[in-house]
Design a protein around this ligand. Structure first.
Ligand SMILES: Nc1ncnc2c1ncn2[C@@H]1O[C@H](COP(=O)(O)OS(=O)(=O)O)[C@@H](OP(=O)(O)O)[C@H]1O
Length: 327
């Protein structure tokens, strides 16, 4: 069956092909069918959609003029995490590069859909020519035990990108997202502790656990050498997107096409938005599900979390050789 959307047709439901950006939440996306995407808890990022739809339309026009040597390929590079790190922004920035083709939604192949097989996965990818890089992003990969060996089995040469962010802010962002959908959940402060009176941090709470980056990274290093991983600073992706994009493009072996000309800082949103350097088109910002207002958290709890994360952060700095200044 052929599915079409805003002039964009494919053999899988159009939602799965970037007409909507479905970003990770605690459930994340399943690409089995468009119904899955609509029924799960995923965010559908409305402003991101506009951007993705414009891109899908453009891709469609482009693909009409492309020759038959184009084919769907397994990704050579994957944004594997972290949830709420800035993964959507990075993917959308990369999608502007002419040598990158990326699937807009999160395939969740290596964590939830692995039994569907590699051909299912390949089928989700956009067509690309030989010189182009195929990519996807699924932020839950970084913290899922089985994923490193599975990606290694697909290709030991896969390049891996992790967008990391201060784990305390990340945890609050994660909580804010859940709270926006389930306003009745307990407070951040009470979820943080296993035993409030003893002050024990609950490391089984995913919002806390995801930020123990060193622990997760050690699992990846059992399969991949450090030089196959790139750590992008979520903070710098906002304060200096062109600088982070230069690192990313170098790492991926791409020409430095996405430069400061592509960014316009929107002071009202507090984020860089994307603009085409040529022409007068309006800059495109990610949607309102990015940059939600975080609740005020008891400063004592924030301090307790900072103390908790410090050894993990220091180990992470040591392993990566990069100081992220989170303390
Ligand atoms: N350019 C730009 N525009 C908007 N938002 C940006 C941008 N760059 C980074 N960010 C930050 O991205 C955070 C969401 O991260 P993710 O996209 O990884 O979230 S998700 O895991 O896919 O749901 C999101 O977190 P919150 O601010 O907590 O909502 C943003 O701070």
């Amino acid at each position: 069956m052929i599915y079409c959307c805003v002039g964009y047709c494919s053999t899988v439901p159009s939602l799965t092909y970037g007409s909507r950006s479905s970003d990770a939440d605690s459930q994340g996306a399943s690409l089995g069918a468009s119904r899955d995407l609509l029924n799960n808890d995923n965010e559908l990022d409305s402003r991101g959609d506009e951007w993705s739809e414009a891109k899908a339309l453009e891709d469609n026009v482009m693909s009409a003029s492309l020759n038959e040597s184009e084919s769907k390929k397994l990704p050579q590079a994957i944004i594997i995490g972290v949830k709420k790190g800035g993964t959507r922004a990075l993917l959308e920035f990369l999608r502007l590069h002419p040598d990158v083709r990326a699937v807009g939604a999160e395939p969740h192949f290596f964590d939830r859909n692995y039994d569907k097989g590699l051909e299912w996965y390949r089928e989700l990818m956009p067509k690309s020519s030989d010189g182009q890089l195929t990519m996807e992003k699924t932020p839950s990969y970084f913290v899922t035990k089985e994923v490193p060996s599975r990606i290694y089995t697909m290709s030991k040469d896969t390049k891996l990108i992790v967008v990391v962010r201060d784990p305390v802010t990340r945890a609050i962002s994660d909580y804010t997202q859940t709270h926006s959908k389930k306003p009745d959940i307990p407070s951040f402060e009470s979820l943080t502790f296993k035993n409030v009176s003893a002050g024990l941090i609950d490391t089984t709470w995913s919002a806390v656990q995801i930020g123990m980056y060193a622990k997760h990274l050690e699992r990846w290093l059992q399969y991949f050498p450090m030089d196959q991983l790139l750590f992008v600073s979520g903070e710098r992706l906002i304060s200096d997107p062109a600088g982070e994009m230069a690192r990313v493009q170098d790492f991926l072996g791409l020409r430095r096409v996405i430069t400061e000309k592509y960014f316009h800082f929107n002071p009202a949103k507090g984020f860089p938005c994307l603009k085409r350097p040529e022409g007068n088109s309006k800059p495109h910002c990610l949607g309102k599900t990015k940059g939600r207002t975080h609740p005020n958290i008891d400063p004592e709890v924030v301090q307790r979390l900072r103390d908790f994360y410090r050894p993990f952060n220091n180990k992470f700095y040591h392993l990566t050789g990069h100081h992220f200044d989170w303390d």
